[in-house]
Design a protein around this ligand. Structure first.
Ligand code: ADP
Ligand code: MG
Length: 257
């Protein structure tokens, strides 16, 4: 990280409501290149909404999100309808690639096709080069032998690793994970955790929403505790987990222990 480089993701005073419900009440945080930030907090505290605002799955009412200094925003006439907006949406979603709790693989495509689909059809990259890269990423996450299988033929842990390979195949600047292990049985959770740890060791920029405090403690440079739409406490994992300052964080940690 160079001193003057703009953060990969910068969130400034973000406010987001659904109707009368104010979900984010002024959240600011930034992720520099190579940084891993974990977002923790109770269900309903706004973690998913925050991630979704970063890559334009949601708009916000106030504040801003910047990708490498570029303001990420809907421009008032509907997401992606205007060609300039659509180009930005593609650029942002490509660069901030998301992995969801429920994998979201396409059931009618093989694993290899799932990984190749967006780079070929959205980014219009060369099919042969994408295939080679896709096979490489599937091998990297330990399922190189599953290229021709369909999602339903894979375990949950294998499906989530395929979803991670799919995100990697976009060659993103950063990865956004929304509870990547929450839908998995404990024994399958670890194979996904292992992949995420390996990505952290490679120095990838990642924003990880997780209920797995051990994962957050192991991989993060910085942990953010969200409570009812506000950052209640944040800091280095050792400090945050070892010496929580606020009663709310203490309660949250004892409830999840
Ligand atoms: P978390 O991921 O921390 O569990 P969410 O960001 O999913 O929290 O949700 C925060 C709050 O916003 C919750 O009260 C949830 O019910 C509400 N919410 C989330 N998405 C929507 C939506 N599309 N429409 C209305 N309310 C929503
Ligand atoms: Mg969520």
């Amino acid at each position: 990280m160079t001193a003057n480089e703009a953060p990969v993701i910068e969130i400034r005073d973000l406010h987001k409501s659904y109707g009368q419900l104010e979900v984010l009440k002024g959240v600011s945080l930034s992720a520099h290149r190579g940084e891993v930030i974990s977002l923790i907090g109770s269900s309903g505290s706004g973690k998913s909404t925050l991630l979704r605002c970063c890559n334009l799955l949601e708009d916000s009412q106030q504040g801003e999100v910047l990708f490498k200094g570029e303001a990420v925003r809907w421009r008032g006439h509907g997401l992606g309808r205007h060609p300039a907006d659509r180009a930005q949406v593609i650029r942002i979603r490509t660069n901030l690639s998301m992995v969801f709790q429920q994998f979201n693989l396409w059931a009618h495509m093989t694993i290899l096709q799932n990984v190749m689909e967006a780079p070929v059809t959205v980014l219009r990259r060369d099919r042969h080069e994408v295939e080679e890269a896709a096979r490489g990423y599937l091998a990297k996450v330990g399922i190189g032998d599953k290229c021709d299988a369909y999602p339903a033929q894979l375990s949950g842990g294998q499906q989530q690793r395929a979803a991670i390979a799919r995100a990697l195949c976009m060659e993103p600047t950063a990865l956004l994970f929304d509870e990547p292990t929450s839908a998995l049985d404990p024994e399958l959770e670890q194979e996904v955790v292992k992949v995420i740890k390996a990505l952290a060791e490679e120095g990838r920029t990642m924003l990880i929403v997780t209920h797995d405090m051990r994962l957050a403690a192991d991989v993060s440079d910085h942990v953010v505790f969200l409570h009812r739409g506000l950052i209640e406490e944040e800091g280095a994992p050792d400090t945050l987990f070892g010496n929580p300052r606020t009663e709310r964080l203490r309660q949250f940690l004892s409830a999840t222990a």
